[in-house]
Write a new protein. Structure first.
Length: 198
């Protein structure tokens, strides 16, 4: 158990630690809303990593070959979603700055954050290829359920750290102007990350 679990932990941190668009989204969501919403978003990303680790263990090499032909359209779809999120983030920040009626804003819920980030993270076919390569690199002995559990827990712990950092930054940046600036910067970073997918 311990060797496959530790291999899963290392794999989970390996896939989760590079801060990309998902990490920026989680941190920004936590800063703008609450730790609860950001943590739910982080768990959505961790769930996707766990699903892809499971897929890799169950037959990742075959699936990696199946996903390869549609990897480019999936990257394009992810880029479109990220551009949409960037635009929505900027628009919401500008509208919030002008709005006087707080009822005009629909607050993000934990369920929406979880499902949205889960769906967006699942659009990244490179994750299943990464896990499949690790499983196949070990001679196909990916460690089964313990590898998957280790990968999920590692990813979850990292995503929760990002959510906590975002929530802390949100507490430090409580002024309306600071929130507007951080939302617009977050939107810009998300847009740049979308461009890198193209």
């Amino acid at each position: 158990m311990s060797a496959p679990f530790l291999a899963g932990v290392v794999a989970g941190y390996g896939v989760a630690m590079p801060v990309g668009a998902i990490g920026v989204l989680i941190a920004g969501l936590s800063a703008r809303t609450s730790l609860r919403v950001g943590a739910a978003a982080g768990m959505g990303a961790a769930t996707a990593d766990g699903i892809y680790a499971l897929v890799a263990v169950l037959g990742g090499a075959a699936l990696a070959g199946t996903v390869a032909p549609i990897a480019t359209p999936m990257r394009w779809a992810a880029a479109v979603v990220l551009f949409g999120l960037a635009g929505h983030t900027a628009w919401a920040a500008l509208r919030r700055g002008r709005a006087t009626d707080e009822r005009a804003e629909r607050p993000a819920t934990a369920a929406k954050a979880y499902s949205g980030i889960l769906g967006l993270t699942l659009l990244n076919p490179a994750t299943v290829v990464y896990f499949a390569a690790l499983v196949m690199g070990r001679g196909g002995a990916g460690g089964g359920v313990w590898f998957v559990v280790g990968a999920f827990l590692a990813s979850a712990s990292w995503q929760l750290l990002i959510a906590g950092s975002g929530a802390l930054a949100g507490r430090l940046l409580t002024g309306e102007r600071a929130r507007l600036i951080t939302s617009l910067v977050s939107s810009g970073v998300i847009a740049v990350l979308a461009v890198t997918l193209l």
